[in-house]
Design a binder for this molecule. Sequence first.
Ligand SMILES: Nc1ncnc2c1ncn2[C@@H]1O[C@H](COP(=O)(O)OP(=O)(O)OP(=O)(O)O)[C@@H](O)[C@H]1O
Ligand SMILES: [Mg+2]
Length: 289
Amino acid sequence: MSASPSLSPAPAVGSDNAVSLTLTNIVQDYPTPDGGVTRVLGGIDLTFERPGINMLLGPSGSGKSTLLNMMGGMRPLNVVTPTSGMVSIDGQPCHGPHDDAVMVFQRYANRPDLSVYDNVALPFRFKLWQQRVAESEWRARVDHMLEAVGLADKKALHPAQLSGGQNQRVALARALVLRPRILLMDEPFGALDAQTREGMQHLLIKLYRERPCLIVFVTHDVTEALMLGDRVIVLSTQPAMVADDFTLHAPRPRSLDWQRSPEAVQFSERVLDQLHRVSAGKGSLRVTV
Ligand SMILES: Nc1ncnc2c1ncn2[C@@H]1O[C@H](COP(=O)(O)OP(=O)(O)OP(=O)(O)O)[C@@H](O)[C@H]1O
Ligand SMILES: [Mg+2]
């Protein structure tokens, strides 16, 4: 089942942000406290071939963060990831951190000792980014991002003086100021109240339109998946496999009317059914609609 092609939008995709991210037969085993091993990811094959917003859902503990961290080249201590299989970007295998992908987490990780401005500009303190982007250019980017996320008038404040939503905007601005080709988001709006979350979803759509990139976005919120996604992927659990994978063509921003349309209701039921099916008797299901 997929949405009517007549609703298909034509995303404003430039050639400079074309990217492909491929996961080939990804298996992940983790050691258990009793000395055994648990297979968390059981052979995941996924290809993301161009800019777009890809929503990743699955029961709690199904390995979503494990998979996302792998895409970002983040490796846990004392565990080899992936156990087998390959992550590649534009056909090149990735064996560790790489500059194409930037991550945004639910805990936004803003530095409490730095101002909003310095938090957004933080990556440019590092030599790698200093060498890549001239100071005049990065300062212009930081100013633009602060405007874009609506924090220009708060740039001198510190994180403790901001709300949760504002702090998440700082984190988003810090990620996007690097103009990444791949943006990996792990439940970025999960800790926000419903209204603030909706505001952040609209902001993300606006920023994505300005500069499309390949986004993989983990969420427990089925409505969020349907409001944002070009593609929705549902993982099963222990070991996780791709249980469902479909595309949505309705133009964004998606209205409340669309959300109530038979098409959206069908998609929502489809995802909920999958989540209940794959978590039956295994793991725990944490889901909101
Ligand atoms: N470094 C690690 N060592 C051992 N086990 C781990 C490690 N990281 C994750 N796990 C285990 O792997 C499983 C999947 O974890 P992961 O955090 O990827 O799940 P998730 O789908 O993101 O869950 P949630 O929805 O709750 O965020 C869990 O059972 C977790 O305990
Ligand atoms: Mg997680």
